[in-house]
Design a protein around this ligand. Sequence first.
Ligand code: CP
Length: 306
Amino acid sequence: MLKGRNLIQPNDLTVSEIDEICTLAEQIIVDPVSFQDVCRGKILATLFFEPSTRTRLSFEAAMLHLGGMVEGFSDAANSSTSKGESLADTIRTVSSYVDLIAMRNPKEGAALLASKFSSCPVINAGDGGHYHPTQTLTDLVTIRALKGNFEGLTIGFCGDLKFGRTVHSLAEAMSRYANVKFVFVSPEELKIPDWVAKFLDKANISYTFANKMEDVIQDLDILYMTRVQKERFFNEQDYLRLKDTYILNRQKLTLARKDMIILHPLPRVNEISPEVDDDPRAAYFKQVKYGMYARMALISKILGVL
Ligand code: CP
C-alpha cells in the first residue's frame, strides 16, 4: 500500500510497487480520460528551491490532468525562506494546506528532513547530488515501454556520475532486477561516489568503468547520457575542463546496436548533438512525456485514490 507514504529514495518502493506504478501509468497512457477526475478536491504543493522545467511542470500537469489543484513556488526567493524561515517551519506550514508535497532542494537529505515535519506525504523531487526518485520512475516507465522488461539489460551511464542524482537513483532501482549490468563512463573526477559503489557491491551487481564511450557503446542496451552540472562545481575551471568530455553524435552512434535506446533526464547542454534527435534510438523526448504519466500514477497511489 502506497497510500500516505513518503517517497524519498527509489528503493522506498518495492519491486512490486514499481510494477504497480508502471502498470497504472500504462493504463493512463491508453485511456487518460478515465482518470481525469480521480484527484478532484486534492491539492499538490510543488516547492522548488532549485530550478526545474520537467519535474515541476510535469508534477503540476500530472495533478491537473487528474482533476486536482496545484500551488507552490518555483523560486525560494519568493517564499519566506528568503527571510530566514527554516525548512521545518515551511513544511509544517505548507502541509497544513495541502494533501501532498513535491519538493526539490539543493541540500542532500532535505527531503528526508521535510518528511519528518510534514503532516502530509512528501515526494523528493531531487535533493542535491543525492536522489531523484521520480526521475527514476520516469526512466523505469520508459524502459518498460520501450524494452518490455528490466531483466538482463546492460546500461551505460555516461557523463557526470559523481553529482548525477538521476544516475545514483536509477542504478539503485535497477540493481534489484536479475542479470542487470552497468557500465560507468566518466572522467576520473566524475566517477560514481563510493556510497553508490558500496551499494552495488552489497547487491552483488556486475559493473565496469570506462573512460571512452566508443570503447563500450556496442555492448549497451541503454545509453543513459547525463549533463556535466555546472551548479555542482565549486571551481569554474574544473567545470570548463570537463563539460564537453562526452558528446554523442551520429558518428559514435554507428558503433551502437540498432535496438539500443538513448535516454537522458534532460536538460542537455552539449552532450547529445541535436543531429541525434532524429535517430530512432533517441528516446529522451518520449521519456519526458512518460514522466508525466509516471507522476500521475504515483500521485494517485500516494493519495490512495486508485
Ligand atoms: N530531469 C529533470 O529533473 O529535469 P528538470 O531539472 O528540468 O526538472
